[in-house]
Design a protein around this ligand. Structure first.
Ligand SMILES: NC(=O)c1ccc[n+]([C@@H]2O[C@H](COP(=O)([O-])OP(=O)(O)OC[C@H]3O[C@@H](n4cnc5c(N)ncnc54)[C@H](O)[C@@H]3O)[C@@H](O)[C@H]2O)c1
Length: 323
């Protein structure tokens, strides 16, 4: 009996912080030939380009996406191409164009070619009127353009499901912490940068204040959540499909510094808050992920202590290999 061939998967924005790790996970699962990584830029010697299929593609060019889908018989898209919060507030017009326009292209092609789509949302959908512990259903009044594009993305996802039957699913990722790729211009980047500086110099100047507390997640948990959501049977996916809350840990910068200091001593963190403090202050401290737990069995594995140990161990090892 011959086994069914794996689906062909296209990943947009594949050279970013999430794509770098998601593409590897997808290639392990479906085989390298079945996963096409794409991005608007090329990066020399990037492992995703070196270890499998890669195409340059701008998600704003619908015809190029269409050609890739047709030529390769694509059936699933992980749509990661976006402009993140801090970069987006510097160029709101580009942020709207890429985040909303790019998703519109992907969803329309998904409708025509009957594709399944993963489209990430973010904790940036919440605004100051959201409770500190953000429920799944709550007013979504973000103060940032980036947050507004993510609210629109959730609405578009629900519309394409309800009206056209396109199976689009998304997660409201918290700030993601990882060591393999640099963070991509978001407000929670401090929680990645701090590890690099702790190891390099034992010092970090943080762009948000010591009491800033945000929902965070180690990348391994985020990749697993993404795959588990996409694996879940359609009947288990509720109205939260456009953006499920998912939680792992929530900590202040002071708590993060204290945990790092247990391994790197002395470690000194100073504070010089900039505009990103305002974005952080408009977001909740933590999120309630009851729906994700009930609908598709989500549960996080990495708390603060485990996350800090993984980051310091892996980054130290990576630096030794490079040296
Ligand atoms: N990283 C996080 O902490 C986080 C948190 C919440 C939500 N998200 C969401 O997850 C998704 C991926 O985030 P990330 O952290 O990997 O971002 P990133 O900035 O690291 O990567 C995004 C990638 O998109 C590419 N890109 C930008 N414009 C493009 C275009 N026009 N066409 C094709 N590619 C383009 C960039 O070159 C980049 O490689 C985004 O939707 C983001 O909003 C990320």
């Amino acid at each position: 009996m011959s086994e069914a061939s794996p689906p062909t998967v296209l990943v947009t924005g594949a050279l970013g912080q999430i794509g770098t790790e998601l593409v590897s996970a997808l290639r392990e699962r479906y085989g390298s030939d079945s996963v096409i990584a794409s991005d608007v830029r090329e990066i020399e010697n990037h492992p995703i380009i070196n270890n499998g299929r890669f195409l340059t593609a701008d998600v704003l060019e619908k015809d190029s996406l269409k050609a890739i889908i047709e030529d390769n018989d694509v059936s699933i898209i992980y749509h990661l191409a976006a402009i993140l919060s801090a970069t987006g507030e510097q160029n709101p017009e580009l942020c709207e164009r890429v985040n909303i326009g790019g998703l519109a292209n992907v969803l329309e092609l998904a409708r025509v070619y009957d594709l399944r789509v993963f489209s990430p949302s973010s904790i940036a959908v919440f605004g100051p009127d959201c409770p500190d512990h953000a429920p799944q259903i709550t007013p979504l009044n973000p103060t940032t353009t980036y947050g507004k594009t993510k609210v629109s993305g959730e609405v578009m996802a629900r519309y394409y499901w309800e009206v056209h039957g396109v199976d689009v699913r998304g997660l409201r990722y918290p700030g993601l912490i990882s060591w393999k790729a640099p963070a991509g211009g978001g407000t929670t980047d401090y929680a990645v940068d701090i590890f690099h500086h702790a190891i390099m110099s034992g010092k970090y100047s943080c762009f948000v204040g010591p009491n800033t507390r945000l929902p965070m997640m180690y990348m391994d948990d985020a990749i697993r959540a993404t795959l588990e959501l996409m694996d879940a049977p359609t009947e288990s996916i509720s109205d939260a499909r456009g953006g499920y809350n998912i939680a792992a840990c929530s900590f202040s910068v002071t708590e993060l510094v204290a945990e790092i200091s247990k391994v790197i001593d002395p470690f000194e963190c100073t504070y010089s808050p900039d505009i990103r403090q305002e974005y952080a202050d408009s977001w909740p401290d933590s999120v309630d992920d009851t729906e994700a737990k009930n609908d598709w069995g989500w549960t996080a594995e990495f708390g603060l202590e485990k996350l800090v140990n993984e980051m310091l161990t892996n980054l130290t090892r990576a630096r030794e290999v490079e040296a």
